[in-house]
Design a binder for this molecule. Sequence first.
Ligand code: 5RP
Length: 232
Amino acid sequence: MDAREMKIKAAEAALAHVEDGMRLGIGTGSTAEEFVRLLAEKVAGGFRVEGVPTSERTARLCVELGVPLKSLDELPALDLTVDGADEVDPALRLIKGGGGALLREKIVAAASERMIVIADESKLVDTLGAYALPIEVNPFGLVSTRMAIEKVAARLGLSGELSLRQSGDGEFTTDGGHYIIDASFGRIPDAEALSSELNSIPGVVEHGLFINMAALAIIAGPAGARTLQANR
Ligand code: 5RP
C-alpha cells in the first residue's frame, strides 16, 4: 500500500464518524483532501453536511467537488473537524502547519466539539519535533519575534535553525497575511511548556503545536487503519 492509499484508508475511517446533517470543520493538506473527495461522493448521493474550510485551498477543492460551505461566522459551533497532521504522538499531541494553514486549522478545531486527525503511519512519533515546528508570525517586527523565539527555546533547552518559509521568489504568506518560521528543534520533550512560552510572544500569531485538541487519531498503515484515543 503506498502513502496515498494509506491516506485514503484513514479518510474512509474518519468518514464513518460523520453523520447526516453535521456541521463539519474541513482540514487542509493531502490527507484532508482525500477526505474531501470521499465526502463529496457522499454529498453527491444526498448526504447533507455543511463544511467550514480551514484554508482557501480546501475551500477551492470543496467548491469544485460540490461540498456545501459556510463561513465560521455563519456556523460558529461545529460538530466535528477532520484534519491531517505532520506529527502525532501517543498522547495525540500534534504538530500541524506543514501546509501553512495552522491558524485557521486551530481556530476551526477549537470551535468543534471533536477533532479527528487522519494520517498515514509515517506521522506517528514517540516525541514531537523531528518535523520542523511551524510558527505563524506577524511580518511586523519579524527580527525581534525571531529573537524572542530563540530566547524562549533556549530557556527550554531547545535549539535549532529557525527558517523563514519561502514560496516562489518571496516569503510564504498565510491566508491571514502572516509569515511562517519553521523551527527545527529536533525533539520537543515538553510541548506544553513550549506552547505556552510561544503564546506569550506578541509577534507570534499562533504555532503548530495542537495539544488537548484531537479526540481521536486514525492512523493508516499497510494492514489498515487503527484508531488511537486521547486519554482525557
Ligand atoms: C496544513 C496541515 C496539514 O494537515 C499537515 O501539513 C499534513 O498534511 P498532509 O496530509 O499533506 O501530510 O497542518 O497546515
